[in-house]
Design a protein around this ligand. Structure first.
Ligand code: NDP
Length: 306
């Protein structure tokens, strides 16, 4: 029986470790502060932002949300970021992606002060990651590393395969696994015979955004499987096919009108992996936990000597 890697448990551990650090900052100076910029009215982004603000409230962090309209220009958004860079009580700035297509997302991310870049997307922090220097790291990849380490999954010397090469998940995850001395392969949509490459993996990270695409034939028996994918299924037949007509899953779908599945086939992972992350409840909670950790770290650095 495969071990389930419990993201909620690890999130709670991380929160418990952050509380005394936050208390220390609050008593010596002030609470760490996070500013979130949510452009337009993308409902999925609004949910993500709400969850981030809720986590700040749970931990006693100061947060403020800025909601420019979808018509905002690159220049206006960059000006807002610059104002937050100067804001003394803000330690972390998060620009919720995606931005509207007319906005130059790269220019906006470049405007963020690297010391307040709690998403770890600024090229300076990317460079720090690539060269193994300390710096703010992207949240989902560092959450994946926490999940592995806190479940005592060995990384050094292992074959790791990362499916997906986005700047947000795939590439930084691969770099962090490399830093932990894994032998890393990065796959993408042009990779030939993906299944046979994935079967080499002792640690397989799926971050492609393709529901249940990684099936049993992609898995080496006993592998550790990290499923980053969050795909909302609206088609009952697709849910029935993936979950092999499981009555409980179909009832859940009927109740909610949709069902969340990862990029890894959940039943195949349970059968064949040594350990795997569930969706939901695996990687997802860690992304927010690491955002909180980055905000606290940024505040500690900025408030040193306060
Ligand atoms: P992107 O769409 O930016 O990148 C997807 C990557 O997967 C690309 O590199 C793409 O290759 C590759 N890919 C797509 N289809 C295939 C295929 N059939 N075979 C091999 N590779 C493929 O997605 P993100 O990295 O932003 O996110 C990936 C998933 O993770 C999504 O489901 C997203 O919702 C989820 N996510 C979850 C988070 C969490 O907290 N749980 C946080 C962030 C993301 P190519 O480059 O060639 O196009």
């Amino acid at each position: 029986m495969a071990q389930v890697l419990d993201g909620l448990r690890v999130r709670n551990e991380i929160f418990a470790e952050l509380r005394p650090r936050i208390e220390q900052l609050r008593s010596s100076c002030r609470a760490p502060g996070l500013a979130v910029i949510l452009v337009g009215d993308n409902p999925a982004s609004a949910i993500y932002v709400r969850n981030k603000v809720k986590a700040c409230e749970e931990l006693g962090l100061y947060s403020e949300t800025h909601t420019p309209p979808a018509s905002v220009t690159t220049e206006e958004l960059s000006d807002l970021v610059q104002a937050l860079n100067r804001h003394p009580e803000i330690d972390g700035i998060l620009v919720q992606m995606p931005l509207p297509p007319h906005v130059d997302a790269r220019a906006v991310l470049l405007a963020v002060d690297p010391d307040k870049d709690v998403d770890g997307f600024h090229p300076l922090n990317v460079g720090r990651l690539v060269t193994g220097r300390p710096g703010l790291r992207p949240c989902t990849p560092s959450g994946i590393l926490e999940l592995l380490k806190r479940h005592s999954i060995p990384i050094a010397g292992r074959e790791a395969v990362v499916v997906g090469r986005s700047d947000i998940v795939g590439k930084p995850t691969a770099l962090m696994l490399l830093q932990e001395h894994a032998t890393v392969t990065i796959c993408h949509s042009r990779t030939r015979d993906l299944a046979s490459v994935c079967r080499r993996a002792d640690i397989l990270v799926a971050a492609m955004g393709r529901p249940a695409a990684i099936t049993g034939e992609f898995l080496k028996p006993g592998a550790t499987v990290i499923d980053v994918g969050t795909n909302r299924l609206h088609d009952r037949a697709e849910v029935a096919a993936i979950f092999r007509n499981d009555a409980a899953k179909l009832a859940e779908f009927d109740r909610k009108g949709a069902l969340l599945v990862g990029d890894v086939h959940p039943l195949d992972a349970a059968e064949k992996a040594g350990a795997y992350t569930p969706v939901p409840g695996g990687v997802g909670p860690l992304t927010i936990a690491m955002l909180m950790a980055n905000t606290v770290e940024a505040a500690e650095r900025r408030l040193r000597g306060c």
